[in-house]
Design a protein around this ligand. Sequence first.
Ligand code: GLC
Ligand code: CA
Length: 517
Amino acid sequence: MATNQPKWLDNAIFYEIYPQSFNDTNADGIGDFQGIIEKLDYIRELGCNALWINPCFASPFGDAGYDVSDYYSVAPRYGTNDDLKRLFEECHLRDMHVLLDLVPGHTSVEHKWFKESMKAERNPYTDRYVWTDSIWEEPQGMGCIRGISDRDGSCAVNFFSHQPALNYGFYKPELPWQQSMDAEGPKATLEELKNIMRFWLSMGCDGFRVDMAGSLVKHDEDGKGTIRLWQNVRAFLDEEFPSAAMVSEWGEPDKSLQGGFHMDFLLHFGPSHYNDLFRCEEPFFSSRGKGDASEFVKKYLENYEKSERKGLICIPSGNHDMDRLARSIHGDNLKIAFAFLLSMPGAPFIYYGDEIGMRYVEGLVSVEGGYSRTGSRSPMQWDDSVNAGFSTAPAEKLYIPQDNSKDRPTAEKQMADADSLYHEIRKLIGVRQSNKALQSKGEIQFVYAEKNACPLAYLRHEGEEKILVVINPAAREAEFACDFEPVETIYRFGGDMKLQQGKMTVAPQSALFIKVK
Ligand code: GLC
Ligand code: CA
């Protein structure tokens, strides 16, 4: 387990910025660092105190920047390295922290390492990627790039077929081309990864969200090799950057926390189930009140136990890989869903635009490897000016077309309306930040979570402080056996509760946080 847990993670509330779609200040239709800097006060006012910025490094953008061609330079479309440094500084001035997105598992085919590794003659990059010894041999179970190199071999890929897999070795090499984790090539890859981290941490970033963190060592079913690799990275951090924060995209908290990560964030196609109350056929946050909280709670508790009940699992409102929350959850249910998100352990992550209920834009042609994800990546809607204040470029030059419905939500409209989702989230963050039991490390104990029944009730506690959270998305009253003694309601959405003879009845479509004894 990680030794140095930065204090700020205890009450961190992340705001995920997809930089190309956030705010464009030079009218090229693509968001930029200056645009982020100009909106830091907006993010701070909402209550978020930390950022996760999606990859902003040089890239041909075949997977929106998850195909890096130079880890040491930012993509010119966002600005310069100095601009990013200024962004770190501006965040720190506001007591905010920044995680960059580290993509350690693969690069773009345009990376100079890959070009060198495709050459027939041996060179320092020959072993930087996972190659077989012959073009006729495919790396088992991994997909590959073949037929474009002078080198006689096939190169394994990690995700799309233009993302060659970096070589950190095989847990148990079985074939001649499979190298061990301790071979020179894999060791050099790992050292280079540390150099990259060193570079950005020295410049002022506060840590990393690590892309597909569990994917590094190959044929490593139980993750033992990959855990060992991250422990090695953590040892380096403890020595040189002890306060660096690490959040994994892994989805198996037992493994990632053993590897020295502070928190685990879900892998959208992985086994985590962190999002099962929203993203399923019958979402729990619906006035039908038919969703199954018990299944979610079962899976959550399995993960919670595995993370030594430390509450280090992060639940996001959404991200650049999933459908917008507002695609399946509407109206008051969005507010109720945020009451849940913002009262769970671990650091909550709010995906840009989810705080105003931005919609999934249907029917878009894929942009930069987004495919069905493209509809969740449309430019932020700030106000009623041209292109909703995102950019002054002609609309057809925007990175992705915007939601063009007349009643599309904007930050400006939501901020002007005291009953908006934006204000509810702001209020919820305020309550979370003034009650330790609700923050990242407060313990959780589920009180009522039954199959196809409402409400969902859980106790958050830390020391003497005990807060009962009761969430009822159903359009009808709901009740459960409750032997806590209410002291004070610190948050209420919808009607109040009644407590009689050990039975609590809560109003339709309501959420309550109650201090109890
Ligand atoms: C992660 C990212 C996703 C990307 C993939 C490959 O899952 O979140 O956007 O396409 O990794 O890097
Ligand atoms: Ca721009």
